[in-house]
Write a new protein. Structure first.
Length: 157
């Protein structure tokens, strides 16, 4: 298909980027939904591991949806809604770790804590600094930090 055909089909650059943004968040949500484990903690840790791997296998998607600096691109309302849906899925997954009577805001805060670990390690791995320091086995380091936090959350409940 020609470049003009692609631009016409997606109605320009905004449409192309929105399609990729939506696809990226749908893939992230699918990874979280596929998390496995015998306990809530194991499922959350596996979900995090799946996202760490996703960040490598779909690095361009990951950068677009979480670290985008594409000039003149702002996600559409539809694209933002798909991102919000993925965050709701993460919140539901991480909420299984804690007391049922927590407020929505408290459950979202826990989801953000878990996401911060994932995103922080992923961002460092994708940054050029990872080529200048001893950055071996980064995923296992990330999972070790995530495990510590997840089990601390479970222990405090």
């Amino acid at each position: 298909m020609s470049t003009i055909g692609i631009y016409s089909h997606f109605k320009g650059k905004q449409g192309i980027l929105d399609a990729l943004y939506i696809e990226g968040f749908e893939l992230v949500e699918a990874e979280m939904n596929a998390a496995v484990g015998n306990t809530p903690a194991e499922r959350v840790i596996n979900g995090c591991e799946r996202i760490l791997t996703f960040s490598e296998t779909h690095a361009a998607h990951y950068r677009l949806i979480f670290a985008s600096n594409v000039k003149d691109y702002t996600p559409s309302d539809d694209a933002i809604a798909v991102g919000q849906k993925a965050f709701i899925t993460l919140t539901k997954l991480t909420a299984t770790l804690v007391k049922k009577d927590l407020s929505v805001e408290e459950k979202q805060d826990i989801a953000m804590q878990i996401w911060a670990f994932n995103h922080g390690y992923i961002t460092l791995n994708q940054h050029e600094i990872s080529n200048r320091i001893a950055w071996y086995n980064w995923k296992e380091r990330a999972l070790q930090a995530i495990r510590l936090h997840v089990y601390a959350l479970v222990a405090t409940q």
